[in-house]
Design a protein around this ligand. Sequence first.
Ligand SMILES: [Zn+2]
Length: 205
Amino acid sequence: MNFSSKLLENAVSEFGKLPGIGQKTALRLVLHLLNQDDKDVERFTESLTLLKNNIKFCRKCHHLSDADYCEICSSTKRNQKLICVVEDSRDVMAIENTQQYNGLYHVLNGLISPMDGVGPADLTINHLVQRVNEEEVDEVIFALSATMEGDTTLFYLHKKLQNPGVKISTLARGIAFGGEIEYADELTLGRSITTRVPYENTLNR
Ligand SMILES: [Zn+2]
């Protein structure tokens, strides 16, 4: 694209680095912002700076949070004996939207992927094992994507979490988690949480 201004080109280039934003869309967004009041643009940039500088990861579940502990972990109304294991914070938000789950979460911050050089040590797996051993946990529910990475992670965690008295279950597959979870409709996702199955059952198939 031919730009008349280096300033414009820089801004478009930055927006173009965002996932799913091509050059044309980037230019449209930049021109849109350029037409806004100074105050609006200030609020826009300030919200990003504040977010980047101040957002935390919950010390218990690693979900994005404004405080040391997220609202879910801090709530006395949640079932503390249930932990739902997900790939990232987007999955927490999607499952919360279904209003079908009342337990806690554990955000792995990714999946085991030898091809991409992501091993168990790069994820929050050790902390999950620690939580299951130290907290009073009845059930760990895996809500991971039905991909090779999801299956590898599930299998690894299942072996790590051999703890009598702790049920291991997984959501009915066919739901795309992580990355595509925003496209999964709430009804289907909600139903797959309430009809979750013991992990062992899925291995024997
Ligand atoms: Zn939390």
